[in-house]
Design a protein around this ligand. Structure first.
Ligand code: COA
Length: 326
């Protein structure tokens, strides 16, 4: 048995922050941001709004497409690092908002790779027959943990949510064929939120030193990202006895256009096969992959049997790549 994606949904908050808006806050400019990242604008969560408010809308859209009543969902697995509360999980908050009592619900913490990790976990539950369906979500509001005075990071991130519904299929030509996950904890210091956790709990000092915001060594992340994504894409393609030429479409975490261009060019996959939306949303962390998948799906990109290569990398570092037969 395999698990098949039978519904997708996404949601981005209404407020748009353009590069021109950022020019007024930090020493940057539209040309620099577009050339170095490909990002033109991003969406930012409103005051009083929480990550679950974005996630619930994405879930409703995915469930509607899957024709699945929210009350009948059996598993809710959410990739996020910006839950509404430090605890409990965003998944349980979401379950409550969906009016569901049946599902078990938990979060997966793998930063920008959160949704590919969540997809891999959900796939195991569905393909093993443990549950009849699973709601897989990627949702983050990284702008809440961004230092809006740090031009190295605040230009990159945006908020959003994406969701997909998995159901079992006995058709061996369709569904999630394979997902390979990796992590390398020696890279924790190049992309993390140093303060506000158990190591250095929130305090006046933490806030004063701004260590509760994202810290990143951008160039190092860039280099490891391109190398790791290429390696893992090759690994999963080989495991499925495929070559890059067999890939119909690519759905990739939208971190930086240059990271994606470099990875695709190393793999020999034309950039046109990769759905891009980071010019409109920036890096939405765990939301990125399911939001991108939903846009491409609703635009009618995928036909039954298409081979879709999925990839993501984020803080940890944690990353993964997968093959979906649509
Ligand atoms: N606007 C204008 N100038 C900026 C700037 C900004 N927003 N941010 C940095 N600069 C400056 C730097 O200070 C530096 O100036 P200097 O040469 O006078 O010292 C110069 O631009 C080059 O900075 P550098 O850090 O070398 O740029 P870069 O080409 O590596 O691009 C990133 C920076 C962050 C865009 C790039 O490293 C990147 O995208 N890395 C990956 C980050 C990522 O995707 N993280 C999430 C992974 S999930």
């Amino acid at each position: 048995m395999r698990s098949q994606i039978v519904g997708t949904g996404s949601y981005a908050p209404e407020k748009v922050v353009t590069n021109a808006d950022l020019e007024k806050i930090v020493d940057t400019n539209d040309q620099w941001i577009v050339e170095r990242t490909g990002i033109r604008e991003r969406r930012v969560i409103a005051e009083g709004e929480a990550t679950s408010d974005l996630a619930v809308r994405a879930c409703q859209r995915a469930l509607e497409q899957a024709k699945l009543d929210p009350k009948d969902v059996e598993a809710i697995i959410v990739g996020t690092v910006t839950s509404d509360y430090p605890f409990p999980s965003l998944a349980t908050v979401l379950q409550g908002k969906l009016g569901n009592k049946k599902a078990f619900a938990f979060d997966v913490s793998a930063a920008c790779a959160g949704s590919i990790y969540a997809m891999a976990v959900g796939d195991r539950f569905v393909s093993s027959g443990a549950v009849k369906n699973a709601l897989i979500v990627g949702a983050d509001a990284l702008t809440r943990i961004c230092d809006w005075t740090d031009r190295n990071t605040c230009i990159l991130f945006g908020d959003g949510a994406g969701a997909m519904v998995l159901r079992p299929t006995s058709d061996a030509r369709r569904g999630i064929a394979n997902i390979r996950l990796h992590a390398d904890g020696s890279y924790v210091p190049i992309l993390f939120q140093p303060g506000g956790g158990s190591k250095d709990p929130i305090s006046e000092r933490v806030v004063r030193e701004k260590s509760h915001f994202i810290k990143m060594k951008g160039q190092e992340v860039f280099k490891v990202a391109v190398r790791s994504l290429e390696e893992t894409c090759r690994e999963v393609l080989e495991a499925e006895k495929l070559t890059p030429g067999d890939v119909t479409y690519v759905i990739a975490h939208q971190a930086n256009k240059r990271i994606l261009d470099a990875t695709l060019s190393r793999l020999g996959i034309p950039a046109q096969k990769c759905w891009m939306n980071l010019e409109r949303y920036g890096n939405t962390s765990a939301a990125s992959v399911p939001m991108t998948l939903d846009e491409a799906n609703r635009a009618g990109w995928f036909k039954p049997g298409d081979t879709i290569l999925v990839m993501a990398i984020g803080g940890g570092l944690a990353w993964g790549a997968g093959i979906i037969r649509w």
